[in-house]
Design a protein around this ligand. Structure first.
Ligand code: FES
Ligand SMILES: [Fe+2]
Length: 321
């Protein structure tokens, strides 16, 4: 068990918290790309690392991620109009571009230079694969774009979903990374789940057959490799090795020729996180049946699509809090 002060140190990720500063050194998934499906579509609220932000896609397809609240009197830009390369506040009409720069203040005189002095805090956001990624840290230290394999294979080889978890990111990660849950939580359906069943009789049988996996953990340059050893045949073991990559990425060992999957556990605030769960196949497109199974909530996915998550889960209440 962690001592309370260590637990706090690891689970608090606001801008001033030590762990918050660490998270701000990495690109993080903030939205599914399908949540901003076209130019000038409605903006989407994003809460990440305890910051309330608004994401939008402008007329030319550029992505913006900035303070949710208007620099004038603090109206939520979620109500804004996304038009002509900027998001216009519905209250008094101030308009901001994707960098957060004010570009129009309708009540000002035509020759006023006032706009130039108004800027919302903003962060870079880019699409890589099925995900929109943001970097909330010091611009001077911005790392290269994420190179996770699922985000760089051709589009038809990858899929990502997300789900809300009402716990902090560390609790979510710890539970997922602990391979002993596989036997209990997934043991009942691994042989029928369309995304796992081709391993029936092999890996799945070993998973279900040994309730006491032996763990061995070793360092690697990005984090840890967590090995769980189960008894297999008389003369052999079955190892499942889960990479954990700093700070919040885990990859699930694949079964047979099924797609490979994993999770990012992204802090919303100190009590909630998103699990961004992806599947990809490194050498072939996902089949229509596989994608449908992912959308239906099989494998590592939840059945909620992005629109459902945004409008019908406790997240919408959170956003208004
Ligand atoms: S509050 Fe946004 S323009 Fe006044
Ligand atoms: Fe699991």
């Amino acid at each position: 068990m962690l001592r309370p002060e260590i637990n706090q140190l690891l689970s608090q990720t606001g801008p001033d918290a030590p762990m918050g500063k660490l998270f701000r050194r990495y690109w993080q998934p903030v939205l599914l790309a399908e949540e901003l499906p076209e130019n000038d579509c409605p903006p989407v609220r994003v809460k990440i690392l305890s910051e309330r932000l608004i994401a939008f896609r402008d007329t030319e397809g550029r992505y913006g991620l900035m303070d949710e609240f208007c620099a004038h009197r603090g109206a939520s830009m979620w109500f804004g109009r996304n038009e002509e390369n900027g998001l216009r506040c519905p209250y008094h009409g101030w308009k901001f571009d994707v960098t957060g720069q004010a570009v129009d203040v309708p009540s000002e005189a035509d020759n006023s230079n006032f706009c130039a002095s108004v800027k919302l805090k903003s962060y870079p956001m880019v699409q890589r694969g099925p995900v929109l990624w943001a970097y909330l840290g010091d611009p001077e230290q911005q790392p290269p774009l994420p190179e996770w394999e699922f985000a760089t294979v051709p589009e038809e080889q990858a899929f990502c979903s997300k789900r809300l978890q009402e716990c902090n990111w560390l609790q979510a990660l710890e539970g997922g990374i602990d391979s002993s849950h596989v036997t209990f939580l997934h043991g009942g359906n691994v042989d029928t789940d369309p995304l796992f069943k081709s391993a029936a009789g092999g890996a799945n049988a070993y998973n279900k057959g040994d309730l006491k996996p032996f763990f061995e953990v070793i360092d690697h340059e990005g984090g840890l490799l967590i090995g769980a050893r189960r008894n297999a045949q008389e003369d052999s073991y079955y190892w499942r090795i889960t990479p954990w990559v700093l700070p919040n990425f885990t990859m699930v060992p694949p079964r047979a020729d099924n797609p490979v999957h994993g999770h990012f556990w992204v802090p919303i605030d100190d009590e909630h996180c998103w699990a961004f769960s992806y599947d990809y196949h490194p050498t072939r497109p996902l089949t229509a049946d596989e994608v449908q199974a992912m959308r239906d909530g099989y494998g590592v996915h939840s059945a909620n699509d992005a629109a459902t998550i945004c409008t019908e889960t406790p997240w919408s209440r959170l956003q208004m809090a």
